[in-house]
Design a protein around this ligand. Structure first.
Ligand SMILES: Cc1cc2nc3c(=O)[nH]c(=O)nc-3n(C[C@H](O)[C@H](O)[C@H](O)COP(=O)(O)O)c2cc1C
Length: 197
């Protein structure tokens, strides 16, 4: 068991994580070694059955425009009535932040581990990416929007039929002052169980 001598800073990391807007993220972004650390942390999530029910797809900077055009083609094929604003939004989506990672949820069917648990593990992988990015001093943002719900985009990412996109994680350096948002009132979401009926 690892003992954290610096519990205060471990907790302060967790207590200070907040999202920045992906569109406000500029360089510097994580180095290759840092990105590997972020992915290593992401792959350390609870995983019932040790299935590794997630895949990480890095979309490198030099491929962003190509990825954006592929998103546009997929959108037009799926939704021919898409407006020019929606089309342009795909290009902009793909251009955000120095680092962009798609997280695929890959659920194994017909095994005793429920799909729900495998999907939760993919969410945990996304969250761990955000935390690792924060620990390294970067800002990050977990986004979905239309591309995350398109089977065509799953295929674009090299996913298998049935894979779902848990999200796109954007990482970089914020260009605006951090903004805190009101956090849920713990007393409103926490109860002490007592027997009912
Ligand atoms: C699965 C998932 C998908 C999300 N997709 C979007 C999105 O497409 N657009 C958006 O503005 N926020 C999205 N969010 C919310 C942001 O990632 C972020 O959590 C929110 O802005 C609140 O900031 P916080 O992380 O500091 O609490 C998503 C969150 C989750 C968990």
């Amino acid at each position: 068991m690892t003992v954290f001598n610096d519990r205060t800073s471990a907790l302060s990391l967790l207590l200070t994580r907040r999202s920045a807007k992906a569109r406000d993220l500029a360089g510097p972004g994580p180095s290759e070694a840092e990105l590997r650390q972020i992915l290593t942390v992401a792959a350390r999530v609870p995983d019932h059955g040790k299935l590794a029910p997630w895949r990480f797809v890095i979309i490198p900077q030099e491929q962003r425009d190509a990825f954006g055009e592929s998103l546009v083609a997929s959108l037009k094929a799926e939704k021919p009535e898409a407006s020019e604003v929606e089309v342009e939004a795909q290009r902009q989506f793909a251009r955000q932040a120095p680092t962009m990672i798609a997280v695929l949820s890959r659920v194994k069917q017909d095994i005793p581990i429920p799909a729900w648990e495998q999907e939760l593990s993919a969410g945990a992988a996304c969250q761990n990416m955000l935390l690792a990015a924060h620990a390294l001093g970067y800002h990050a943002n977990w986004l979905t929007t239309w591309p995350a719900y398109s089977e065509k985009v799953v295929a674009l990412l090299g996913g298998e039929p049935g894979d779902r996109i848990a999200g796109f994680i954007f990482i970089g350096t914020g260009t605006r002052p951090d903004e805190e948002r009101p956090r849920p009132n713990l007393d409103a979401i926490t109860t002490l169980w007592s027997p009912r009926g």
